[in-house]
Design a protein around this ligand. Structure first.
Ligand SMILES: NC(=O)c1ccc[n+]([C@@H]2O[C@H](COP(=O)([O-])OP(=O)(O)OC[C@H]3O[C@@H](n4cnc5c(N)ncnc54)[C@H](OP(=O)(O)O)[C@@H]3O)[C@@H](O)[C@H]2O)c1
Length: 270
């Protein structure tokens, strides 16, 4: 079998590809004929995906075990991307949530979140944009969230880091527009993935969240890929219901309602 170096197919690099939205991006891009560079910590899951997608889609998959909270791992990935002639998609998707009231939270976990959501995302965006701008072609998708537009209890760092991703992505699009490179801040609402069952999300009550708020990973990824290929919009908020919710909440009256609801939730927890 040929490998990625010999293949002349375009390449999609995806962080956090072992599960959830990252795995779904890998599937949809493999179906479109992309070779894949898949990155995450759980190498066993990446190897399973490699076997499955190579045989199902006839493409080549390279896996890289990386902990993106570690500077050396991020630098290794930056080097891998630096001279990647065929890099067409870079998807900075790796991330995690955590439940906990500030200041009772573990500051090391807060720092880890900043490293994964902000520092690695900034460095990998840059590493990917250099070859993309040189070729005057490429797509960069950064995972933000509807949380970027809101505030609330129990997840201060998460909301703040996703606001960074939103703002950073909008600004770098201005810098790279002249190179025919497109950037997207993908802002999904609640989506069925492994996100809410992670150890750090203990305490999140999925069954108490209204069913209509939940999206499927397949739909979120399809919407994101369609938007970046066919429109010039930088911000992608999948589903009309979330656009409506944000329109209702991101104004002074909506903010007051949010504040009241969050205070009530915090009181019920104590
Ligand atoms: N699900 C939602 O409701 C939702 C809503 C809005 C935004 N998002 C965002 O979407 C992105 C994907 O989340 P998901 O919902 O697909 O969750 P998920 O199923 O838990 O997947 C998260 C992925 O991130 C990887 N990851 C986490 N920490 C990492 C680290 N230190 N180094 C390398 N990889 C790491 C995980 O792989 P390993 O554990 O194998 O390393 C996993 O592949 C995240 O950025 C999240 O904030 C999710």
């Amino acid at each position: 079998m040929s490998n990625i170096i010999e293949s002349r197919r375009p390449l999609a690099a995806i962080t956090g590809a072992s599960d959830g939205l990252g795995k779904e991006f890998a599937k949809q891009l493999a179906a479109d004929g992309y070779d894949l560079l898949l990155v995450a910590r759980r190498g066993n899951l990446l190897e399973k995906i490699k076997l499955e997608y190579e045989s199902q889609f006839g493409i080549n998959v390279e896996t890289l075990v990386c902990d993106l909270s570690r500077p050396d791992d991020v630098k290794a990935l930056e080097l891998r991307l630096a001279n990647e002639e065929f890099l067409e998609f870079m998807i900075n998707n790796a991330g995690f949530g955590r439940e906990g009231m500030f200041p009772e939270v573990d500051p090391d976990l807060e720092e880890e979140m900043i490293r994964v959501h902000i520092i690695s995302l900034m460095r990998l965006s840059r590493a990917a944009l250099v070859p993309m701008c040189k070729r005057r072609r490429g797509f960069l998708i950064n995972l933000s969230s509807v949380a970027a537009f809101l505030f609330g209890t129990n997840c201060a760092e998460y909301m703040a880091t996703k606001a960074y991703v939103y703002s950073f992505s909008r600004s770098i699009q201005c810098d790279v527009s002249e190179y025919n490179v497109r950037v997207q801040a993908l802002c999904p609402g609640l989506t069925h993935t492994g996100f809410h069952s992670a150890e750090t999300m203990k305490g999140f009550q999925k069954d108490k969240t209204p069913g209509f708020l939940w999206l499927n990973a397949d739909y979120v990824v399809r919407t994101s890929l369609n938007a970046i290929r066919k429109t010039k919009r930088v911000v992608c908020i999948p589903s009309f219901r979330y656009k409506l919710i944000l329109a209702l909440l991101s104004n002074p009256i909506g903010s007051k309602i949010c504040e009241w609801a969050y205070r009530k939730r915090a009181k019920n927890k104590t």
